[in-house]
Structures are given as structure tokens and as C-alpha cells.
Design a protein around this ligand. Structure first.
Ligand SMILES: CC(C)(COP(=O)(O)OP(=O)(O)OC[C@H]1O[C@@H](n2cnc3c(N)ncnc32)[C@H](O)[C@@H]1OP(=O)(O)O)[C@@H](O)C(=O)NCCC(=O)NCCS
Length: 332
């Protein structure tokens, strides 16, 4: 027995911020320059009264239109922009989606590695006979964390949600995993204020960098170059480790999907690891970096467009905030 992914559906909020709008508002980087550097032209963002739970609900609605919701016996939500400190958003979703009450539900807090961890948790629950059918939801609204004058982050991040069903199956389709954590880098991608270490401060002083980005400790702070350094050190090793653990080489892999952080960094990684272009997914043009949602977005697109076909082996790799990273191989 084993586990497999049987459905992936995504939902993006309607509001779009274009490079042209950012060029007009900031007059610093023109729209072509942003697209050339990041591979991003548009990003979807929530309205003020729209939340990660709304996006999660809309992505899950698509799933239960095509999948018998009475089969679902666990709901797992990954987000770093929750509606409430408590309760878990997954509990609220159980009720909103009209799922059975004799099921499990919980949230977990991870960013760009979240989808890998979610698949691992789902596999573990199913293979230990704790569940048969899991609704795994990634939902993120980093736009709520970003300061309105922080162009560097406004250009990179977008909001969105993805819902995935993982089911018990005759054979194992979700192969071995590798995980990594290095909390020494936690301050390089962080929202400092708002929880209990440092409460939200309405008078938090503005901070700025040499390029003119402005934020406060209530907002998302990203040290881009440090995240870049961490990534180029860890991800090539991670690819080696996941291939070794599954006793495969790059030749055995049909397709590779990295967390779509931005084109600049993932193209650098592709060249460093020597991954052929035709095996490598790179598309965040109209979504931006949607954090834990980028990998299921890429999977949904690649499956719908027959880039991934039945039987293909697909290497997934997530990395970022924490620092946290992970990889697995899926046999479709
Ligand atoms: C954020 C990142 C793209 C910035 O690139 P960088 O080359 O390190 O940026 P620098 O600040 O040294 O800027 C170099 C030049 O690149 C250009 N640039 C930087 N960020 C840009 C952006 N968002 N859009 C367009 N051009 C950009 C600018 O020309 C800049 O010079 P200028 O501001 O003087 O005009 C890069 O550090 C990175 O990819 N880091 C990883 C971050 C990440 O992906 N995090 C997601 C979570 S995993």
C-alpha cells in the first residue's frame, strides 16, 4: 500500500498588481526591468477584507466539486498569514466546507517548504492508518505583511491558495523525503511584531535601506542577498540528497519543480546544478512568489498542460523562511 495525489486545485484572488502600476507608483524600476530580473509581470493580491482562509475555502470548493467530500478524513492547512491566533483555520474550514465531524484538522506554520512538509505529514498519517483521504491546503497572503513602500518585496510576492487531495493507494507514489532546518537564519525573513515576543506597534518607526525600500517591524522583512546565499548553499546539496535517498540520478527524473522564489534565483540554481531547461519548471510570470503555493500551482499547471504525464517522476524542492527546506519525488 502507499499514497498518491489525486487532485490539485488552486485559487488566486481577483485583484492584480502589474509591474506597470509599480513602475508608475515608485518610479524606480521600469516594468521590463522587474520582469527581466524576477520573471514576474503580475501578482494577485487579496483585498483588505479578504483573507487566507477565504482563499483556502475557494481552492477547496473547487476540489469538493470533483471529489466526494465525505471521503475526507483529515484537513491540514499551511499558512503564515492565519485569520486568527486561535482556533486553527483548518477547524473553521471543516465546518465551512461541510465536512464530516469525525475527522482530524490542524494548521501548521511554514513558508516555502510547506508543501513538501504537508505531503510528508499526509503520507505519514495514511501509511500509519490514521487517515485514508487528506485535504492538504496551502494558503498565503504575504501582501498583508508587506509595507506599501517596500518595492523590493511588493515586486516578488503574490497571494494564492492550493488544495490537494492525498489518498491511500495500492502503490507508493510519494517516494522518500529529505528535510532540513537551520534556525540561525530566522531573522532574514521575518515579521517581527504582532505576536507575543513583540506586539504589533502602531507607532513602529520606519526603517529604510539604500535602495529606498521602507518598512517597519510590523511588516515582512527579507534580507534578499542572505536568503540567496542560504539557497545556493543548501539547494544543490538537497537535490543530491533526495536523488541518493531514492537511489536515482537526474537522468531518472522526468521533471523538476523548485519553489518558484523568483527567476533570478531559480535560474542561477538550475545552471549551478546543471539541470536541462526542458526538465525544469520556471513560471511565476502572472503569480509571483506565492510562498507555499508555488509548487502546487506549478503541478496543477504542468498536469493540465500535459507537461507531466502518467508515470513521470517529478522532483519537488522547497526552501526559504525558517530557514527550512525539503524535497521529495512523486511518481505520477
Ligand atoms: C531579492 C533579489 C532578487 C535581489 O537581487 P540582488 O541582485 O541580490 O539585489 P540587489 O539589492 O543587490 O540589487 C541589485 C540590482 O538588481 C536590481 N533589482 C533588485 N531587486 C529587484 C527587483 N525586485 N526588481 C527589479 N530589479 C531588481 C536592481 O537593479 C538593483 O540595483 P538598484 O536597486 O541599485 O537599481 C535576490 O537577492 C534574491 O533572489 N534573493 C532571494 C530572495 C527570495 O527569493 N526569497 C523568497 C523566499 S525563498
Amino acid at each position: 500500500m502507499g499514497t498518491k495525489i489525486v487532485a490539485i486545485n488552486t485559487y488566486l484572488p481577483e485583484k492584480i498588481i502589474t509591474n506597470q502600476q509599480l513602475e508608475n507608483d515608485f518610479k524606480r524600476w521600469d516594468s521590463e526591468k522587474i520582469e527581466a530580473k524576477l520573471g514576474i509581470r503580475n501578482r494577485h493580491v487579496v483585498k483588505d477584507d479578504e483573507t487566507a482562509l477565504d482563499l483556502a475555502y475557494n481552492a477547496s470548493l473547487k476540489t469538493i466539486k470533483e471529489y466526494d467530500k465525505n471521503k475526507i478524513d483529515f484537513v491540514i492547512l499551511c499558512t503564515q498569514s492565519p485569520d486568527y491566533f486561535l482556533p486553527s483555520g483548518a477547524c473553521i474550514l471543516q465546518n465551512k466546507l461541510g465536512l464530516r465531524t469525525n475527522i482530524g484538522a490542524f494548521d501548521f506554520n511554514l513558508g516555502c517548504s510547506g508543501y513538501i512538509y504537508g505531503l510528508a505529514i499526509a503520507k505519514g498519517l495514511i501509511n500509519n492508518n490514521l487517515a485514508n483521504s487528506i485535504l492538504l491546503i496551502m494558503s498565503e497572503t504575504y501582501s498583508k505583511h508587506i509595507h506599501k513602500k517596500d518595492l523590493a518585496n511588493l515586486t516578488i510576492f503574490g497571494d494564492g491558495a492550493a488544495s490537494t487531495i492525498i489518498e491511500k493507494s495500492e502503490n507508493e507514489h510519494i517516494l522518500e523525503f529529505v528535510f532540513g532546518t537551520d534556525g540561525s537564519g530566522f531573522e532574514n525573513l521575518i515579521v517581527k511584531n504582532g505576536a507575543f515576543r513583540k506586539k504589533y506597534d502602531p507607532n513602529a518607526p520606519q526603517i529604510s535601506d539604500n535602495s529606498g525600500n521602507i518598512w517597519t517591524d510590523n511588516n515582512l522583512f527579507m534580507n534578499g542577498p542572505e536568503i540567496f546565499n542560504f539557497t545556493i548553499e543548501k539547494v544543490p546539496k538537497l537535490v543530491d540528497e533526495i536523488l541518493n535517498k531514492n537511489e536515482m540520478t537526474l537522468n531518472d527524473i522526468d521533471f523538476i519543480i523548485f519553489h518558484q522564489a523568483n527567476k533570478y534565483i531559480i535560474e542561477y540554481l538550475r545552471r549551478k546544478i546543471n539541470i536541462p531547461k526542458e526538465k525544469f519548471y520556471s513560471n511565476m510570470l502572472d503569480t509571483g512568489n506565492t510562498v507555499s503555493v508555488t509548487i502546487p500551482l506549478a503541478l496543477e499547471y504542468s498536469i493540465n498542460n500535459k507537461i507531466i504525464k502518467r508515470g513521470d517522476k517529478v522532483l519537488l524542492c522547497g526552501f526559504g523562511v525558517g530557514y527550512s527546506w525539503g524535497a521529495t519525488i512523486i511518481k505520477f
